[in-house]
Design a protein around this ligand. Structure first.
Ligand code: ADP
Ligand code: MG
Length: 683
């Protein structure tokens, strides 16, 4: 008797070679795999009061047959069997398709239980299942599994049931007793059985609770182990910067830092000082003052004798950052340079030479910064703005640039905490959760497109005061399609005509050549153009403090976080600013989203709401986001457990006993299997 759950599935009764082959297609190879193939939902056979059942919902009811069944045939073999059923105070119709054999069993007065789809208007259940007799309370929930090929859900239920009678007692625990006790979690053996054969909703809840924790803990263990490995295996530089110069630089700023800014600066500088390599995410709402923080850290690395690099997603942003960082840093003797695709020929060669010789202290640009031809003398700190736009590939190139610079990722899209600790679970996170004092909240209004006239009157009132306005049309910059490009062109033409001889209207979109983009931005930033019609290319970072009005066309087509980013282009000066959302949303969710925008200016609140309304998969857009897939757990709804599991994982990884004591052996085996320690699956 040496059987184990690691045996091939053919060891299970009823599974022959053919079935086994089909199961292999579903990645079920061993008995263990089969036992751990969990249902993704349950068929609910609990009795319901029809009053509470929605149209087209599946429902189970019990009732007494009220009429003799009528059987009709149509087509060759198709039949329809109809009865009237008295269920509680309802007299309803029940229809069975293609089950003529039921007819003799359905006699008047007989009690039956039917399950099917409820048509509220016709008061009819299209019953797919019929059980003669009372509702049986034993089988209120049936598991539903994902299946493939020739495997059916019913078949799978049978295989799993057989597997349990043969192997159920051999399922081993993988969580240490102390954690099971602390959280009162079910033993693995019992929890697995209940997931497959639950008697009640409560069973499912309890069993699920255990697996949610298990899944999160395993995942977080992997992330924390990865973090440990990255720290210990990557030699950092342990930067010794000149604290006095850094402080003096902070003293030159026209404002005191907020508490939050002070805190994150300290967190980052401590990392840079440490012998480990920094891998940190800095998040803060638009306008919370991340650029200043970046400037201080760059200044620090330069005082330690290193160079700094700042990577941003667009050239417009690169130029803006260059302007503001030059203004801040050059008076303190820092040499700042900008590298974009329009720096060409001799100028480019000279710039690259100065970089290699160390004459340039700080280089700013798009991800062109990390291309082959760009060589730093000694890179100490790399900051990337709008982190999620840089893919895994760029991060790898950065790692392979030879040097071991500290890395700081900045993002202005506040990432809901639950995503931050899953997607960026192996990183440290600093958060600026406070706005500089004296900011006026942006007033946000939601208007229908037909109100455009009134809105233009309002815009003009602001322009008369000497202010400026953005008008944004939806369009995603990388995939500018012609029809939506037309949209921006049309709006631009319309406004040019409307404001003719009074105000100049600029036009900006991703298809413009780089030098034209520069010119347009330049004209807007010095108020030669008072209105800028643009696609979302101005979404990130653009800073024109005199602009006080943001009008967004078709606002329902943007996500909340993106709308918030766009809105963040105004409210950057001391004047009251306004954001007007032009939208005719068709759905309730769409209306809800517009309403939320008018109610809050807090990017963290909006990002949580966005996650709730759109789900984690959509949060980062379609691009590869590194979102893990959980079988049972749901990052959004189970976030409390996620937090707890993360803390537990961190404690475990940091403790001595985790690496030696027997009770943690299953967890260590699991980590071994993920490849974290061999570096196979890094990233
Ligand atoms: P972010 O990049 O986080 O959106 P910025 O760094 O561009 O924000 O800062 C927005 C504006 O706030 C800038 O004009 C900046 O000079 C100003 N600012 C930053 N920190 C402070 C502060 N502590 N007090 C007052 N103003 C600040
Ligand atoms: Mg910024």
């Amino acid at each position: 008797m040496n059987s184990t759950i690691f045996e091939p599935i053919t060891a299970v009764k009823g599974i022959g070679n053919e079935t086994a082959a089909a199961l292999e297609e579903m990645e079920i190879h061993t008995v263990k795999n089969l036992l751990e193939h969990l249902p993704y939902r349950y068929e609910d056979y609990r009795l319901r009061d029809l009053e509470t059942v929605e149209h087209e919902e599946r429902v189970t009811v019990e009732g007494k047959i009220h009429t003799i069944p009528t059987l009709g045939y149509f087509g060759k073999k198709k039949s329809r069997l109809t009865i009237k059923l008295l269920s509680g105070r309802y007299l309803i119709n029940v229809i069975f398709f293609n089950q003529p054999y039921l007819k003799p069993k359905l006699t008047i007065g007989e009690t039956i239980t039917v399950t099917g789809k409820w048509d509220r208007h016709r008061q009819t259940i299209t019953g797919s299942e019929c059980h003669i007799g009372n509702h049986s309370r034993e089988k209120e929930f049936e598991p539903v599994y994902s299946v493939k090929g020739s495997i059916t859900v019913k078949g799978l239920r049978r295989f799993i049931s057989n597997a349990f009678s043969q192997y159920g007692s051999m399922i081993e625990e993988n969580l240490p007793p102390q954690l099971l006790a602390t959280y009162k979690l079910m033993p693995r053996k019992d929890a697995l059985r209940m997931m497959h054969f639950p008697f009640s909703a409560d069973d499912i809840k309890k069993a699920r609770r255990r697996f949610v924790y298990e899944e999160f803990l395993m995942f977080q263990l992997k992330m924390q182990a990865l973090r440990k490995v990255q720290r210990e295996q990557s030699k950092g530089i342990g930067q010794e910067f000149d604290g006095k110069s850094v402080e003096a630089f902070v003293g030159t700023l026209p404002f005191p830092l907020t508490h939050a800014q002070n805190r994150v600066v300290e967190e980052i500088l401590n990392d840079m000082k440490s012998p480990y390599r920094m891998n940190r995410l800095l998040q803060g709402d638009v306008g919370s003052g991340k650029t200043v923080v970046a400037a201080i850290c760059l200044k620090a690395t330069i005082t330690a004798g290193f160079q700094g690099a700042l990577m941003v997603p667009t050239e417009i942003l690169a130029e803006q950052h260059t302007q503001s960082l030059k203004a801040m840093l050059e008076p303190t003797g820092v040499k700042v340079a900008l590298l974009t695709s329009s720096v060409k020929g001799k100028k480019r060669r000279e710039l690259l030479e100065m970089l290699e010789s160390g004459e340039i202290d700080l280089l700013i640009g798009t991800h062109a910064l990390i291309q082959d031809e760009v060589n730093f003398r000694n890179l100490g700190l790399v900051i990337t703005d709008e982190q999620h736009r840089f893919g895994v590939e760029q991060r790898r190139i950065l790692r392979e640039k030879g040097a071991n610079p500290d890395v700081l990722f900045m993002t202005a899209t506040p990432i809901p905490r639950t995503l931050a600790i899953t997607v960026f679970g192996e990183m440290d996170v600093s958060t600026i959760d406070e706005m500089p004092a004296g900011r006026k909240a942006i007033e946000t209004y939601w208007a229908k497109h037909q109100m455009l006239d009134r809105i233009l009157t309002f815009v003009e009132k602001e322009l008369k005061k000497g202010r400026q306005a953005y008008v944004i049309c939806p369009l995603i910059e990388e995939s500018e399609k012609l029809d939506s490009l037309q949209n921006v062109l049309d709006v631009h033409a319309m406004l040019t005509q409307y404001f003719a001889n009074r105000y100049k209207v600029g036009l900006m979109h991703g298809r413009l050549p780089a030098d034209e983009k520069d010119e347009v931005m330049q004209e807007f930033s010095v108020n030669i153009a008072q209105i800028l019609v643009s696609t979302t290319v101005v979404e990130v970072g653009v800073n024109v403090p005199n602009a006080t009005v943001m009008v967004i066309y078709d606002a329902e087509r943007f996500g909340l976080s993106q709308l918030h980013q766009l809105r963040g282009r105004v409210g950057r000066g001391s004047d009251q600013s306004f954001c007007i959302l032009l939208a005719d949303p068709k759905t309730e969710v769409g209306k809800e989203r517009m309403k939320i925008m008018t109610e809050t200016n807090d990017g963290f609140v909006l990002s949580e709401k966005d996650l709730e309304l759109r789900g984690p998969g959509d949060f980062f857009g379609k691009k590869q986001s590194g979102l893990p897939e959980f079988k049972v757990a749901d990052m959004v709804h189970d976030y409390r457990t996620l937090e707890v599991a993360r803390e537990d994982a961190a404690k475990l990884i940091a403790s001595q006993s985790f690496w030696h004591s027997g009770e943690y052996a299953p967890l260590r085996d699991y980590l071994e299997g993920t490849g974290v320690f061999t570096g196979e699956k890094l990233d």
